[in-house]
Design a protein around this ligand. Structure first.
Ligand code: ATP
Ligand code: MG
Ligand code: MG
Length: 350
C-alpha cells in the first residue's frame, strides 16, 4: 500500500494516521520530539529536525505523497521535499497562512471582509496604525502565533508601548477589535479533481485564546450558513487547494468577517468524528491520496469539548457516560495543553 508522509507529530498527525490506516495506507511522520502523539500510531517515525536535509530526503523518499499537520514548516524543508514528492495542500496555502499580513491581504483580494488591519514594525508605525484603526484593537505577531499566543490587546492608546514590548521585536499586525456576537468555522475540503465538500459550520467558544467548545448546528440563518460555505469554497478555489482547510469567521449582524485560515485539519472540526460518516481526517487523507471526497453530511447534533490541562482529572467521569472520548496520549497534563477532546452527540441532526 501507499505511504502518506505527515510533517508534525501532534494530535492532528495522530488522528490523520488513524484515518489513513483505516483506508489501508501506511503513514510516516517527521517530528523532532520522541514521545509525541502521532508516534504511537504511525507506522514510521523519523525523529529529526526540519533543518536536517538528509533526514528530509529520506523521509520524502519513503513516502508517496506528503502532507502536514501544522503551518510553521520552514520553507527550505518544503523545498527539499517538494523536489522529490508532491505536497498537499499546496505551498501557496502554507505561505499565505504562515503570515497574518499576507493572509489578510489575500483574503481582502478575494473580496472577503476582514477586520481593519495595519502592518506594525515599530513604535511609529504602531502610532499610525492606532490613529487609523482606533481602539480597542489587538496586536498580533505576523508569524508563529497559535492558541492566542503572541497577541496583546490595546484597550486605549496608552497600552501601545506594553503591547509592542510583548511582540519581542517581531513584525506584527494591528487588528481592529471585532464586536462579534459569536464565532463559527467552516471545515472545507477540496479534492484533486476540484470537487469541494464543506462540513456544516460549527460554533466556537474560546477561553483565554484557546478553543473550548464547538457546537453543531451553529447559530446561523440559512443565508449566513450559505455565505459561510461560499467563503470557504472561494478560498479553496483561489488557492487551487487539495485537502482540508479550516476557515474561522466572526459573526456580526452586518457581515461574516474572516479571522484566519488554517491549511490543515482543524480543532473545530473534531466534532465530525462523531457527527458524520466521513470525518475531517478521512476527508483530508482522501484528498491527499487522490481519492474522491467522502460523504461529510452531518447526521447528528454534536458538542465537542476540548480537554485542556487539568480537565484530564474529569476523564474517569466522562468515561462512564455515553460521550466519545478521544485522548492524545500526551505524557504530561500541563496548563493550556490540549490533552484530548470529548464529543457528545446531543441528538439527530436538526
Ligand atoms: P488559533 O489557535 O485559532 O490558530 P491564534 O493564536 O491564531 O489561534 P486568533 O484566531 O487570531 O489566534 O485569535 C484567537 C481568538 O481571539 C479568536 O478566536 C477570537 O476569539 C479572539 N480574537 C482574535 N482576533 C480578534 C479580533 N480582531 N477581534 C475580536 N476578537 C479577536
Ligand atoms: Mg491561528
Ligand atoms: Mg484562530
Amino acid at each position: 500500500g501507499a505511504t502518506i508522509g505527515i510533517l508534525g507529530g501532534g494530535q492532528l498527525g495522530r488522528m490523520l494516521s488513524v484515518a489513513a490506516a483505516r483506508l489501508g495506507f501506511k503513514t510516516c511522520i517527521l517530528e523532532p520530539a520522541g514521545d509525541c502523539p502521532a508516534s504511537h500510531v504511525a507506522n514510521f517515525h523519523l525523529q529529526a529536525g526540519y533543518d536536517d536535509t538528509a533526514a528530509l530526503t529520506r523521509f520524502a523518499e519513503s513516502c508517496d505523497v506528503v502532507t502536514y499537520e501544522f503551518e510553521n514548516i520552514p520553507t527550505a524543508a518544503l523545498d527539499t521535499i517538494e523536489a522529490l514528492r508532491p505536497i498537499h495542500p499546496p505551498r501557496r496555502a502554507l505561505a499565505t497562512s504562515q503570515d497574518r499580513l499576507t493572509e489578510k491581504t489575500f483574503l481582502q483580494s478575494l473580496g472577503l471582509t476582514v477586520a481593519p488591519f495595519a502592518d506594525v514594525t515599530d513604535a511609529a508605525s504602531l502610532d499610525v496604525a492606532i490613529a487609523r484603526i482606533g481602539t480597542p484593537a489587538i496586536l498580533k505577531t505576523r508569524r508563529m502565533g497559535y492558541d492566542g499566543k503572541g497577541q496583546a490587546r490595546i484597550m486605549t492608546p496608552g497600552d501601545a508601548a506594553a503591547a509592542l514590548t510583548a511582540m519581542n521585536g517581531q513584525p506584527a499586525v494591528l487588528e481592529g477589535f471585532v464586536d462579534f456576537t459569536h464565532e463559527v468555522s467552516v471545515i472545507a475540503a477540496r479534492g484533486q479533481d476540484g470537487a469541494v465538500a464543506c462540513f456544516d459550520p460549527g460554533q466556537n467558544v474560546h477561553e483565554d485564546g484557546i478553543l473550548r467548545t464547538t457546537t453543531v448546528p451553529a447559530l446561523l440563518t440559512p443565508t449566513q450558513r450559505t455565505d459561510a460555505i461560499l467563503i470557504a469554497a472561494r478560498v479553496l478555489n483561489a488557492l487551487d487547494y487539495v485537502g482540508v482547510l479550516g476557515v474561522e469567521l466572526f459573526v456580526t449582524p452586518q457581515a461574516l468577517i474572516v479571522n484566519e485560515i488554517a491549511p490543515r485539519v482543524h480543532n473545530s472540526g473534531h466534532w465530525t468524528q462523531n457527527g458524520c460518516a466521513v470525518d475531517q481526517f478521512e476527508q483530508h487523507i482522501r484528498a491527499v491520496a487522490g481519492w474522491p471526497l467522502g460523504d461529510g453530511s452531518r447526521h447528528s447534533n454534536v458538542v465537542m469539548e476540548n480537554l485542556i490541562g487539568a480537565d484530564m482529572d474529569r476523564v474517569p467521569q466522562i468515561a462512564a457516560t455515553s460521550a466519545s472520548l478521544h485522548l492524545y496520549g500526551k505524557p504530561e497534563a500541563r496548563p493550556g495543553r490540549k490533552m484530548g477532546h470529548v464529543n457528545r452527540v446531543t441528538g439527530p441532526a436538526t
